[in-house]
Write a protein that binds this ligand. Structure first.
Ligand SMILES: O=C(O)C(=O)C[C@]1(C(=O)O)C=C[C@@H](O)C=C1
Length: 161
């Protein structure tokens, strides 16, 4: 298929969705949503792998900062929702140490897609194409307003224009 921003946007949406699991893992445990050590590990890893993929490390880190911010947006939103409506709170608590390897795999896939979409992301048409891809992803992933907002935040640093 021709190059498009769909695979990248779909992966971004999957990473937004897995924030639900992270939120559930932390809810009611006292563990903070912010984990600066884990974040720095992600940024260091991404920056180290960027050059061999033809990516600017600073640009790659900027993209992943947006992914992390989007995850926090979802986590904060869900924690607020669950505090207000305890019946909607998750009944079981997933293990964060089992979720993070899945996030690591998504990060690797995202890095590869960033490399694969370099030309599209520097094109003038990128913002419009991205908007369309995000709308499609909202529908495909059945995103509510919170997740749609997070997807927009996550894709904010995608176009290099
Ligand atoms: O791994 C976590 O604890 C998360 O909350 C996920 C995540 C991320 O998006 O990768 C987001 C916020 C934290 O500061 C660290 C990492």
């Amino acid at each position: 298929s021709p190059p498009s921003l769909w695979r990248l946007t779909d992966l971004v949406a999957q990473r937004v969705r897995i924030a639900d699991q992270v939120a559930a893992a932390k809810y009611g445990t006292g563990s903070p949503i912010d984990d600066p050590v884990r974040e720095q590990q992600i940024y260091d890893s991404v920056a180290a792998r960027a050059p061999e993929l033809g990516l600017d490390p600073a640009e790659a880190v900027r993209f992943f900062r947006a992914q992390v911010e989007a995850s926090k947006l979802v986590q904060r939103g869900l924690h607020a929702r669950w505090a207000e409506h305890p019946a909607e709170a998750p009944a079981t608590r997933p293990d964060l140490t089992e979720i993070r390897p899945a996030i690591d795999r998504m990060n690797t896939g995202l890095l590869a897609e960033l490399a694969a979409t370099r030309q599209l992301r520097t094109a003038r048409t990128c913002p419009a194409r991205l908007l369309v891809a995000a709308r499609v992803a909202d529908v495909v992933h059945r995103f509510d307003a919170l997740h749609a907002r997070a997807l927009r935040a996550a894709t904010a640093a995608t176009c290099a224009v």
